[in-house]
Design a binder for this molecule. Structure first.
Ligand code: SF4
Length: 278
């Protein structure tokens, strides 16, 4: 589970918030309380485990050796690399997959779908590489992003881990990978706004673009990085600080919705919440 810290110096102290803690708060304040105040343990799900694996594969992909890589073989070579990384990650998450009690064919289908996602991403990457021109190694180095960057703002008491920061042609893009089954960029507007705000705090300039690689659909979508995006991020951060100072459970009402329990899963705290008398 994501860590949430307290920052000393202000009274009362502010919990350091993140896009996920804000999203949780907006979904259900009681869920926020269980997760970030009581710090009840969460269990991994198929979706979160598969998402973590895909992220890890794409993070480590850029450490590939470029020896023997040419324009002719780069696509197949890169696909071989991501396949090997995926197998390695899959094996290292075996105990989690065992706990999901998936049928063998369900696990195979999940693996193949994930492989298809990262292959699609490689196709996109090779296109961007070709657009760079020159030799493959130079183009690859030029497009190698900074990965898994942890930003923290003492001013806003907020943090975020940005999947990739890409810099090329004098432009900066902050990007996130998603394995979700939709391509609705609006769902991630707040997260990208917080990233843009954190980037601005640290570098004194805004990123030129912020977007999401939707791996399942093999699409990339962007939001405009403008005052509106940043203002919403600021307002949401201020709102959550204002409403999460209390340690009393009754201050965090339940929001009963389809997100409590759905056909294939349930809220991490569903059983606890139902048994909780308050
Ligand atoms: S089960 Fe529903 S009401 Fe209870 S914490 Fe989870 S989302 Fe909130």
């Amino acid at each position: 589970m994501e860590k949430v810290f307290f920052v000393l110096g202000d009274s009362p102290p502010h919990r350091v918030q993140s896009p996920s803690s804000i999203q949780t708060f907006n979904q259900c304040q009681r869920k926020y309380f269980y997760s970030y105040v009581e710090k009840l343990p969460t269990v991994p799900s198929v979706a979160t485990t598969r998402g973590a694996i895909a992220h890890s594969v794409l993070e480590h992909f850029f450490d590939v050796s470029l020896e023997g890589v040419s324009w002719e073989n780069c696509s197949s070579k890169f696909k071989q690399v991501v396949q090997e990384l995926l197998v390695r990650e899959w094996v290292s998450h075996k105990s989690e997959f065992d706990s999901f009690a998936l049928l063998q064919e369900e696990q195979v289908a999940l693996f193949e779908e994930t492989l298809h996602m990262v292959f699609g991403w490689v196709d996109q990457f090779v296109q961007r590489l070709a657009a760079q021109g020159g030799d493959v190694s130079s183009a690859f180095r030029a497009l190698t992003p900074v990965r898994e960057v942890n930003y923290q703002s003492a001013k806003w008491h907020a943090r975020g881990v940005i999947d990739v920061i890409e810099e090329f042609g004098g432009k900066v893009r902050v990007m996130d990978y998603k394995t979700s089954n939709h391509t609705n960029i609006d769902e991630y507007r707040l997260q990208l706004g917080i990233y843009a705000l954190l980037y601005f705090e640290k570098h004194g300039r805004l990123p030129d673009a912020a977007g999401v690689y939707f791996l399942r659909a093999n699409q990339t979508h962007f939001v405009n990085v403008d005052d509106e995006l940043l203002e919403r991020a600021r307002q949401e951060i201020l709102k959550i600080h204002e409403h999460t100072q209390s340690l009393e459970k009754h201050r965090y009402p339940r929001h009963i919705s389809y997100l409590c329990k759905w056909s294939t899963g349930q809220c991490d705290f569903y059983d606890h919440c139902r048994a909780d008398p308050d």
